[in-house]
Design a binder for this molecule. Structure first.
Ligand code: AMP
Length: 219
């Protein structure tokens, strides 16, 4: 099964993708996570992507498409995968369609998580994670017991360089200009489903499972 998860930055795609992975045995292919890994490893791609990411711009299509095609090929023989953060432009979607057609595969479900802009900024700017164990916190919704320290006692919390208010505004603007046209692109197929992401994590999960179980029952 091939799932595409659309939605603006901070909508909660990553959280919900983890659930899809656990419940349906899909591989999680997050373009943002893969780029962060490349940066950590100091690869050429990581170095090329750095300035775009830190300023909230999209990394050029040719770099992203090459990176994701490699990941998709590797995941191709498993039980399926969920794409999180890719495609993010019409150009990327066209390349993905071409590659899937050549491999005689197709997208089964496109999930579009909708969240109001005002909520996105609040959700992203408050995000922190432990620099050692990776545990996730939010300064308002899930604060650590001691300011800026991990509750597990491992050390200080960090904020992603692109989670600051100014960069977040750029990311949201780019989402509207370059990524949201994908909603009408995928509405030409009959596998696009909208989910209200303004509600609690549990409510979003319930809606997501409802959609996925309905699809699996029909197949
Ligand atoms: P994310 O973790 O999905 O918010 O991605 C973090 C950053 O990685 C984005 O702000 C972009 O700079 C870059 N990025 C991730 N996925 C893509 C993509 N599909 N196309 C272009 N840039 C991307």
């Amino acid at each position: 099964m091939i799932v595409i998860f659309l939605g603006p930055p901070g909508a909660g795609k990553g959280t919900q993708c983890k659930l899809l992975v656990d419940r349906y045995g899909l591989k999680h292919l997050s373009s943002g996570d893969i780029l962060r890994r490349e940066r950590k490893e100091g690869t050429n791609l990581g170095k090329q992507a750095q300035s775009y990411m830190d300023s909230g711009q999209l990394v050029p299509d040719d770099l992203i498409v090459a990176m994701m095609m490699k990941e998709i090929q590797t995941a191709g023989n498993s039980g399926g995968f969920v794409l999180d953060g890719f495609p993010r432009t019409i150009g990327q979607a066209l390349e993905l369609d071409k590659a899937l057609e050549e491999a005689d595969k197709e997208v089964d479900v496109v999930l579009n998580l909708r969240v109001d802009d005002i909520k996105l900024e609040e959700r992203i700017v408050g995000r922190r994670s432990c620099s050692r164990c990776g545990a996730a916190y939010h300064m308002i919704f899930n604060p650590p017991q001691n300011d800026n320290l991990c509750d597990r006692g491992c050390g200080p919390l960090m904020q992603r360089a692109d989670d600051t208010a100014e960069v977040v505004r750029n990311r949201i603007k780019n989402y509207h200009e370059l990524t949201s046209p994908l909603i009408s692109y995928y509405s030409q197929t009959d596998n696009l489903h909208h989910i209200d992401g303004n509600v609690s994590i549990d409510e979003v999960t319930a809606e997501l499972l409802n959609i996925m179980d309905g699809i699996l029952q029909d197949t």
